[in-house]
Design a protein around this ligand. Structure first.
Ligand code: C2E
Ligand code: CA
Ligand code: CA
Ligand code: CA
Length: 281
């Protein structure tokens, strides 16, 4: 037992060191990646549950690493947040997403009125010049502000409420839409919903997944949708994977759906093709 314990400890130490050095390597590489064009955006359609038409696209970042291949955001966004690299990374995402959305709005019919959703990390939101930055990006891209939706998370609610409300109002004044992402997974109080100038609630996948399996989850979704409607918010359901989930959500009043049932996130080229195909119908 003693040797076993020792071996286990050695293994544990080694994997700890490996992970720490992998992190350091990734951090260095990420710095380089941002400046040297290794980041990519994939786009996932968000459709009307009534008509099936594409109303929005969420921009989701990936990292095309020369040695490791395509790295998902879960692997590097946390590192970017800790190191502050999320600031230049987030700026790049905004610029690229707005440029691409402007392009689609001019070249395709289905893309003409489409809104682009961009994830805004809390650390980005906390930057003093974030409102000016976003105004600058919109100006440079030529994308009408009403075609941009910023997805924020409930962790914002933990910040100083007055500052947060003021900043959200400044962003709204630009003409952009605001969505609460992953609704139901974070903050425990919902009172902010009434005080914040929001447009959309995105119901987290963890609730959607339990449709048909857990009546309690369905009851929560229905209550959230009813509340959202009372507050005049648009509801998007995330992680829709089955026709049953879609049907239940539609009947409960969810306006929009996003998930593998409709499409996985696509490269810009594949998304362009999907928009053109839709135009051809
Ligand atoms: P999120 O904002 O909640 O994005 C939705 C995630 O759910 C995406 O994962 C998407 O690929 C995945 N997804 C969509 N439909 C389905 C489905 O039907 N089933 C399942 N199992 N998954 C589905 P992804 O692209 O790996 O992104 C993960 C997270 O990374 C995002 O979660 C977001 O929090 C963060 N992220 C991605 N891009 C950015 C970015 O540009 N900036 C920031 N700050 N965060 C980002
Ligand atoms: Ca999101
Ligand atoms: Ca989400
Ligand atoms: Ca989520």
């Amino acid at each position: 037992a003693k040797t076993g314990g020792k071996a286990a400890t050695a293994l544990f130490d080694r994997s700890m060191t490996d992970r720490a050095s992998e992190r350091m390597e990734l951090e260095g590489d990420l710095r380089w990646a941002i400046d040297h064009g290794q980041l990519r955006l994939h786009y996932q359609p968000i459709v009307s549950l009534e008509s099936g038409r594409i109303r929005e696209a969420e921009a989701l970042v990936r990292w095309e690493h020369p040695k490791r291949g395509l790295i998902p955001p879960a692997k590097f966004i946390p590192i970017a947040e800790e190191t502050g690299l999320i600031i230049p990374l987030g700026k790049w995402v905004l610029e690229e997403a707005c440029r691409q959305a402007r392009d689609w709005s001019e070249t395709t019919k289905e893309g003409a009125a489409m809104i682009i959703g961009v994830n805004l990390s809390t650390r980005q939101f906390q930057q003093n010049d974030i409102v000016d930055d976003i105004a600058g990006v919109l100006g440079r891209s030529g994308l009408p502000p009403a075609h941009l939706k910023l997805e924020i998370t409930e962790s914002l609610m933990a910040l100083s409420p007055d500052d947060t409300v003021a900043k959200l109002h400044d962003l709204k004044a630009l003409g952009v839409h605001l969505a609460v992402d992953d609704f139901g997974t974070g903050y425990s109080s919902m009172s902010y919903l009434a005080n914040f100038p929001l447009d959309t609630l995105k119901i987290d996948r963890s609730f959607v997944q339990r449709i048909g399996e857990q009546p309690e989850a369905e009851a929560i979704i229905q209550a959230v949708i009813t509340l959202a409607k009372t507050l005049n918010l648009c509801v998007t359901s995330e992680g829709v994977e089955t026709a049953e989930q879609k049907e239940v959500l539609r009947k409960m009043g969810s306006d929009r759906g996003q998930g593998y049932l409709f499409s996985r996130p696509l490269t810009a080229a594949a998304f362009s093709e999907m928009l053109s195909d839709r135009d051809a119908v």
